[in-house]
Design a protein around this ligand. Structure first.
Ligand SMILES: *Cc1c(COP(=O)(O)O)cnc(C)c1O
Length: 225
């Protein structure tokens, strides 16, 4: 079981390196976030043992139940929140996570700014863009994204590092990644959080600096209870 996870992680890292070379990207410029949501500490430990340090979770409470113990064992873990955030969870999110990928409205931006000031922490911040304008999906509309990034700076005092998107499941992802890269350039942002198990090489071709990869490393996810 742990051999499988090690082999899958090695394969993903090889594929990232190959895609960086193929698309003229600097080695290491596309950084892997291993998405460990729904997997328990025993499933995560072999991935840490294999050298992976950057992990992603989509629920604050689930992350709180797993990561304090894992961090006590390994100090240089970098934890990314990649799921939707409620403003009443902003304190927990800012205290637990090193990066937050899902800022998409003023209420959340304000709550995160308040907690950063209170806790003296400065997580890496991303604005989520709903590139497919899907009603069930979080994220700000593409046409509002640049102005929202400006408001985060001017009104909330937040230094946004980049943009994040999750393309619609039934569409080819390339045009969504291209749109995200264009919006980031317009907003003067360097970081692009895009690409999952099925499309991270395409994301690298379009300039991804962080890819969020779950299944290709951890295997099939148990259904969410
Ligand atoms: C689960 C999840 C991923 C990882 O998806 P895989 O297809 O398992 O690689 C990436 N991003 C977000 C926001 C997720 O919730």
């Amino acid at each position: 079981m742990s051999d499988d996870v090690e082999a899958r992680l090695a394969t993903v890292l090889e594929r990232i390196g190959a895609a960086e070379a193929q698309y003229g990207r600097a080695p290491g410029s596309a950084q892997l976030i291993a998405v460990s949501k729904t997997f328990d500490a025993d499933a995560i430990r072999p991935v840490i043992a294999a050298g992976q340090r950057r992990f992603g979770e989509n629920r604050v409470q689930e992350a709180q139940s797993k990561w304090p113990a894992l961090r006590a064992e390994t100090t240089d873990i970098e934890l990314h929140l990649i799921g939707p955030l409620q403003s009443n969870k902003a304190r927990e999110a800012v205290s637990l996570f090193d990066a937050i990928h899902t800022i998409d409205r003023d209420k959340i931006a304000g709550a995160i700014a308040d907690e950063m000031a209170r806790l003296g922490r400065t997580p890496l911040l991303f604005v989520q863009v709903n590139t497919g304008l899907e009603p069930q999906k979080a994220g700000i509309a593409p046409r509002e994204a640049v102005a929202f990034v400006e408001r985060c700076r001017a009104e909330h005092g937040l230094a946004i590092a980049g943009l994040m998107c999750i393309p619609p499941a039934n569409e080819i992802p390339g045009p969504h990644f291209a749109l995200l890269a264009k919006l980031a350039a317009e907003a003067g942002l360097r970081e692009l959080s895009m690409g999952m198990s099925s499309d991270f090489e395409t994301a690298i071709a379009h300039g991804a600096t962080y890819m969020r990869v779950g299944g290709a490393i951890f295997g099939h996810r148990p259904p969410i209870a």
